[in-house]
Design a protein around this ligand. Structure first.
Ligand code: ZN
Length: 483
């Protein structure tokens, strides 16, 4: 009677699966919420954000294209808008345009903390200026929002950090531990002139940090149909960054007598192969932590699959990656072709055609792994691979550290029932450069936005609500008191 053991095994399996799913139920928040005091003058802070947005502090990959005069105006405006900050804190200008403030703490035995933002913004794509509801550098306040490039990314953070400090200084408050504010001026390109120089300065002085808090996740509502609660995505890791140029050799000459395989055709073939045969889907520790935390907020069916990942791995990966590109980006190293070049004239065959790929590397994989994958796509071709820029994947910051708990506690104070989701960022931030100086790097902004607003970041009609400006100030004021 072979059926009895099989049936028994099936029952045991079902019990195991269901028990695991039940154990993944939503947990009550364990974070201690501080008192959150709302200022009633968020409009006044909105006006300061307007003044910041008015400055065209635009980042270009060609450093010579920067309009540095705008960065000087920006700095001068901060001085006018935050008089106490500039009276009581030490300000150091790093590499001419980045700003580093030091707010001295009362207890010198505590290691300092660092809050970050960046001064620069991405350009408005040429030809889209007219699509904006309000001009992109106007900073106009309308319909309950401040509109303009940098509103969400990330002048709101810079302005509300300083506003919170200014308000606390008005009360005569001093923080327990020393707090730094570091505002780089070229984060949107690669941070090599801003954040990197600030890191070098701290390295030379031997300063290490208890925590670093930078931009990254925020509070989202309505991104999953089955989850009502706001979800606070607190970044604890980010993927690596890699730009590679591939040169494919071919036969040059007159375009009237083309060869069977031109170098441009071969380059196209290599790109098609890369898009068809992607790097492997992998569940890394930070992605798993994030997915489990999300799963806790979802219905029983989702929990059944997520809690039993060991059995439903294939099904899970299929569901998770079929819903969009973000799921994919979380679970594999991505290789995106972004630039290509053939010859300079329409009737000249290129001797060499080139394409550039922008890759985001998962924890546990390396630049060499990506190169091997690209080499496979170039099989049968004569090629050269050039690494243009490489930043290894970040380490993973713990989600049970003193600072993580404080940051999550202030979220609980601000949003009540929000679920905290430690998460893996698929994009990069300046904070990765601080890894050698700090083990607790958190990437989070306390404002709450929906899917519609997410699309505006780096896009058209970027804006931030006045309500969110008030929230950010309340959040940072509460946090500074707790540190
Ligand atoms: Zn940013």
């Amino acid at each position: 009677m072979i059926f009895i053991p099989i049936a028994a095994a099936a029952v045991v399996l079902a019990i195991v699966l269901v028990t695991r799913a039940i154990s993944l139920k939503p947990m009550e928040t364990i974070y201690e919420a501080p008192d959150i005091i709302y200022m009633n003058n968020a409009e006044a802070t909105a006006y300061k954000l307007k003044a910041a947005i008015n400055c065209r502090t635009i980042s270009y990959s060609n450093y010579e294209r920067f309009d540095f005069h705008e960065f000087i105006i920006f700095r001068d405006r901060l001085r006018d808008m935050f008089p106490l900050v500039h009276e009581k804190l030490e300000l150091e200008i790093v590499n001419e345009y980045s700003l580093l403030y030091k707010w001295k703490g009362t207890d010198e035995n505590l290691s300092p903390g660092l809050f970050m933002a960046h001064i620069d913004v991405v350009p408005v794509e040429e030809g889209t200026e007219g699509d904006w509801k309000h001009p992109p550098f106007s900073g106009i306040s309308a319909e309950g929002f401040v509109w303009g490039r940098g509103a969400m990314d990330i002048k709101v953070q810079l302005i509300t950090l300083l506003e919170s400090c200014e308000k606390l200084l008005e009360e005569g408050f001093s923080p327990k531990r020393t707090i730094y504010f570091a505002f780089g001026h070229d984060e949107e390109t690669d941070g090599s002139n801003g954040a990197k120089k600030i890191v070098e300065k701290f390295e030379a002085e031997g300063v290490c940090f208890e925590f670093v808090m930078d931009e990254g996740g925020c509070v989202n509502k309505g991104i999953f149909a089955s989850v009502d609660k706001p979800l606070a995505f607190i970044g604890v890791a980010e993927k690596g960054y890699l730009n590679i140029r591939v040169d494919i050799k071919g036969t040059g000459g007159h375009a009237s007598t083309p060869p069977r395989n031109s170098s441009l055709g071969l380059a196209a073939k290599a790109i098609c192969r890369l898009e068809k045969d992607k790097m492997k889907l992998r569940m890394t520790a930070p992605a798993e932590q994030m997915i489990k935390a999300l799963g806790r907020q979802m219905g029983f069916k989702s929990r059944l699959i997520i809690a039993n990942f060991w059995l439903f791995k294939k099904l899970f990966l299929k569901i998770f990656t079929s819903s969009g590109t973000t799921g994919e980006a979380l679970l594999r190293t991505t290789i995106a072709p972004t630039m290509a070049r053939g010859s300079m004239e329409p009737n000249v065959l290129p001797q060499t055609s080139s394409f550039t790929v922008n890759c985001r590397i998962l924890q546990g994989e390396t630049c060499e792994d990506v190169i091997r994958h690209i080499e496979k796509a170039c099989r049968g071709m004569e090629y050269e691979i050039h690494v243009l820029r490489h930043e290894a994947p970040s380490t993973v910051s713990p989600s049970d550290s003193f600072f993580f708990k404080k940051a999550a506690g202030a979220v609980a104070g601000l949003y009540g029932d929000a679920a905290v989701i430690p998460y893996l960022m698929v994009a990069g931030t300046d904070s990765i450069k601080f890894q050698g100086l700090c083990k607790n790097i958190i990437k989070f902004s306390p404002y709450m936005i929906n899917m519609d607003d997410m699309k505006r970041i780096h896009g058209t009609d970027e804006r931030i609500s006045i309500e969110n400006i008030g929230r950010c100030v309340a959040y940072y004021m509460a946090l500074f008191r707790e540190l």
